[in-house]
Design a protein around this ligand. Structure first.
Ligand SMILES: *Cc1c(COP(=O)(O)O)cnc(C)c1O
Length: 428
């Protein structure tokens, strides 16, 4: 799928996966608003259903607009293939689905998006799966948590709610040694700031809802496969290595090689779980992704300015932005996300929970919303919202303690952002 590796990132974010529409010459990727595709004849239809030929059958599985987006994201991540789906949370389930089974577990970082903590700690139990949460700075604890039933290791590159960068170079060898795929959620970093596959990630998942779309319009998710994992090296991944009864005994890894995970994601994952991205959403995300690098540069520059200003404010107890020299994770920026530590961070108010609530009620330019990665600057008090279902211990471990406010710094004039924070802090 990665057909244009010679171009740089800024070129690929505009062109990868797209070509003028073969039917009309349309330069922009059309929105193929169709559920089905006419078969040439009965033999063609049979070949498509047997996975002997690649083509379009029904938009629950594949759609030309969505396919352009999947190829674009896969190319930007340096993967061999990608699958788009309906949301970031869908992407996580789709990534785990071929690996897990009843009684199997995923070893996951404690520093994750709150919704992911809930999905992993509670909801996946309904499938008989479980998650073991570990501090990923404690490498011995990560090793110790891996057991015979572990099927994946999961973390975020730059962890939401911000300020933490996972040392992917230290985690990837631990997963590799145990014969396990490393799944990295790269939502907060985006492939412009961090390319997890270059650090040893097997799979990269995204909430395209955030920076990839970039303007808060549509939900979406993506899974990118590095193509580098040997699914047949052990008997741990029978969905990929053993005969698949739902396809006449076809073995995905043997048949599709490095594209096994991608084909499984479409042919089994989307077909049977149905967490499909619609072509309208793919269109909006394709529009957004064309300017990804430009936006990320501005998000980073603004976040540096705002975080530096907040750090000196007398009502602020601490700022977690990894881009600041004061951050314990600052030394990981150059290695893991060399173009910057993103636009997302938290800060703690000296006056605690009530001050945070007053603060989010006092901002004007910042919007108080449960989202991030928008061109607009956003703020949320995680402990009373996104991380509300977590225990206080989990909140603290996730970086969302009761006295902490999370900001997603947009691409507005930094002076205007600072002025708004200044008046809101004065009201506290
Ligand atoms: C938002 C988010 C998700 C979930 O994505 P949705 O598109 O909201 O389902 C997962 N991981 C991270 C890091 C996120 O920010």
């Amino acid at each position: 799928m990665n057909d244009t590796p010679k171009y740089g990132f800024d070129t690929l974010q505009v062109h990868a996966g797209a070509r003028p529409d073969p039917a009309t010459g349309a330069r922009q990727t059309p929105i193929y608003q169709t559920t089905a595709y006419v078969f040439r004849d009965a033999d063609h239809a049979a070949a498509l259903f047997n996975l002997q030929e690649v083509g379009y059958i029904y938009s629950r599985l594949t759609n030309p607009t969505v396919a352009v987006l999947a190829e674009r994201i896969a190319t930007l991540e340096g993967g061999v293939g990608g699958v788009c789906c309906s949301s970031g949370h869908a992407a996580q389930i789709m990534a785990l689905f071929p690996l897990m089974g009843p009684g199997k577990n995923v070893v996951a970082s404690t520093r994750l998006y709150g919704g992911t903590v809930t999905q992993f700690a509670q909801t996946i139990k309904r499938f008989g799966w479980s998650a073991k949460f570990v501090d990923f700075d404690d490498l011995d604890a990560v090793k110790a948590a891996i057991d015979d039933d572990t099927r994946a290791v999961f973390c975020e590159a730059i962890a939401n709610p911000g300020g933490y960068i996972t040392d992917l170079d230290a985690i990837a060898p631990i997963a590799a040694e145990a014969g396990l795929p490393l799944i990295v959620d790269n939502t907060s970093a985006t492939p412009y700031l961090c390319r997890p596959i270059e650090h040893g990630a097997t799979l990269v998942v995204h909430s395209t809802t955030k920076y990839l779309t970039g303007n808060g319009t549509v939900m979406g998710g993506a899974i990118v496969d590095s193509g580098q994992f040997d699914w047949s090296a052990s008997d741990k991944f029978p969905s990929l290595s053993a005969p698949e009864p739902a396809y006449h005994g076809l073995k995905f890894h043997e048949t599709f090689g490095s594209l096994a995970f991608t084909f499984h994601g479409i042919a089994i994952g989307l077909r049977d779980l149905g967490m499909t991205m619609n072509p309208q959403a793919a269109h909006y995300t394709l529009m957004g992704i064309e300017t990804l690098s430009l936006r990320m540069e501005r998000h980073v520059a603004n976040a540096m300015q705002v975080a530096g200003w907040l750090e000196k404010h007398p009502k602020v107890a601490a700022v977690t932005y990894a881009g600041l020299p004061s951050s314990p994770y600052n030394d990981r920026v150059a290695r893991i996300c060399p173009k910057g530590a993103g636009g997302l961070f938290t800060f703690a108010l000296k006056d605690g929970y009530d001050a945070c609530v007053k603060f989010v009620d006092s901002v004007n330019l910042f919007s108080h919303v449960a989202n991030l990665g928008d061109t607009r600057s956003l703020v949320i008090h995680s402990a009373s919202t996104t991380h509300r279902q977590l225990t206080e211990e989990q909140q603290v471990a996730a970086g969302a303690a009761p006295n902490v406010v999370r900001v997603s710094i947009g691409i507005e004039d930094p002076a205007d952002l600072i002025a708004d924070l200044e008046q809101a802090l004065a009201a506290v």
